[in-house]
Design a protein around this ligand. Structure first.
Ligand code: AMP
Ligand code: MG
Length: 437
């Protein structure tokens, strides 16, 4: 293996002649399956519900108590006995004696007898005897004032006959007692987070997000803000990958930049065992200084290298310190595409999601597209609605080093490896890219 020199010998090139590789190279699906076969979901742990958004539940959840826990008013109005006011109409109101004024949160201390009403606020428990709430708008309610607060009985005119049960929420009408609300494996979204609270779960057993260590490699890359020498470029990959890790639901931790020597890469990975997943970029091609896979080979294990994908062919997968490592290509757009195909599914599996890939759409291609080279081509595209459904076209610049095209693109569309020409009008698979609009 190459070490401090970083160089490869002639044997290396005899072994890895790129023009022979296509036939033996793994397809995208084979590579992804192999990666996923060696990835396990993280171990579940108790998580406070304030922190569980986006996590996968590792337990079932049942409601011990009904939700809502008691019969209550759905409106601000008057709690009445429907039969007392069944004749009410505009012009012939029925007058009831108001015996209490009941805000939400206070227990009713009076029941409603014949000819009586309780002035009631939304969410207050229904007093016994009452079966219906008539909204303020259908009464001559005086509004909050001395009369309503004095405690002295007064009368209210009911202008319209309600249907029995109107504006009353029954106990358990949201969730009956004993009902199973969630099965293990459910993804906790915003609504689920609230439902957990409503059934009094202050913490649940959930699968934590994987922590992902991100390492850039290359003598030529320098962080933004750092001094730069002639021949150097900015390290964009660590930041793109960090964002992609978050979009996949992991927690990114940037481990810096390793120079192109095995010892630098080892030094940056001394704490490898802390992470659930490691992602490197660069150093996995067949160039003189591509030492990431050498380190994998010597320090851990290399499971696969090179995939029939465009862009993104030189990617590697293996293990170091017992932690899976995905070696993405250095070219920024290639790293992005390979991340979505291989790293994102790995992160999603670690999170316990059943579906390892995000949803795919179908759209009509607006122009011919060549795909020479028998690799699955992920083309940066613009997806939009048209009168005849979704349509997609490539962004003008597709070079694998051109990251900015991914800012303009809103999707990747897929030309399969067995198709060397996709004609305008063909339906293609489309992977929408995360956009926060
Ligand atoms: P490599 O895979 O290491 O041969 O790198 C391929 C290309 O990607 C080269 O042009 C590198 O300069 C570029 N590259 C590698 N790492 C980064 C990075 N962290 N940020 C931006 N470009 C990079
Ligand atoms: Mg490099």
């Amino acid at each position: 293996m190459s070490d401090e020199s970083g160089g490869h010998g002639a044997d290396h090139y005899r072994e890895h002649r790129p023009w022979q590789d296509l036939d033996t190279m793994l397809s995208v699906d084979e590579a992804r399956d192999r990666i996923l076969a060696s990835i396990e979901p993280r171990t579940a742990k108790p998580v406070a519900i304030s922190e569980c958004h986006g996590l996968v539940l590792a337990q079932e959840v049942r409601a011990d108590e009904p939700v809502p826990p008691f019969r209550n008013s759905a409106m601000d109005g008057y709690a009445v006995r429907a039969r007392d006011v069944s004749s009410a109409c505009y012009g012939a109101a029925v007058r009831l004696t108001v015996v209490a004024n009941l805000p939400a949160g206070r227990e009713p201390d009076r029941c409603v007898g014949p000819g009586e009403a309780v002035r009631i606020m939304t969410g207050a428990a229904m007093p016994d005897g009452a079966d219906t709430v008539v909204r303020f708008e259908e009464t001559d309610d005086p509004g909050p004032g001395p009369e309503t607060l004095s405690g002295e009985p007064w009368t209210v005119a009911i202008h319209r006959a309600p249907k029995p049960g109107d504006n009353v929420r029954q106990a358990g009408e949201d969730i009956p007692a004993g009902a199973q609300i969630f099965a293990a494996g459910a993804l906790i979204d915003a609504a689920a987070q609230g439902v957990l609270a409503s059934v009094d779960q202050s913490q649940v057993l959930a699968i934590p997000r994987p922590v992902v260590g991100i390492l850039a490699t290359g003598d030529e890359v320098a962080d933004p803000g750092a001094a730069i020498r002639p021949g150097q470029i900015r390290n964009s990959n660590n930041f793109t990958i960090s964002g992609l890790v978050r979009e996949a639901g992991g927690i990114p931790e940037i481990l810096g930049i390793a120079r192109d020597t095995a010892s630098e890469i080892r030094a940056h990975l001394v704490d490898a065992a802390k992470y659930d997943l490691l992602i490197t970029s660069g150093g996995v091609s067949i160039g003189d200084y591509d030492v990431v896979k050498d380190v994998l080979q010597s320090e851990g294990r290399i499971d696969l290298w090179q995939v029939r994908i465009k862009p993104g062919k030189p990617m590697a997968f293996g293990e170091i310190a017992g932690v899976p490592l995905i070696g993405l290509p250095g070219n920024p757009a290639a790293a992005y595409v390979a991340f979505l195909q291989f790293a994102s599914p790995a992160i999603r599996k670690m999170r316990g999601l059943r579906k390892s890939q995000t949803s795919i759409l179908r759209a009509r291609l607006l122009q011919d597209h060549e795909n020479r080279g028998r690799r699955r081509h992920f083309v940066r595209g613009i997806l939009r609605e048209s009168e005849n459904g979704l349509v997609v076209e490539p962004v003008p610049v597709q070079g694998s080093g051109v990251l900015s095209a991914l800012v303009y693109a809103n999707c990747l569309f897929v030309i399969p490896e067995d198709l060397d020409h996709a004609a305008a009008g063909a339906q293609v698979d489309v992977i929408p890219l995360n956009r926060y609009d």
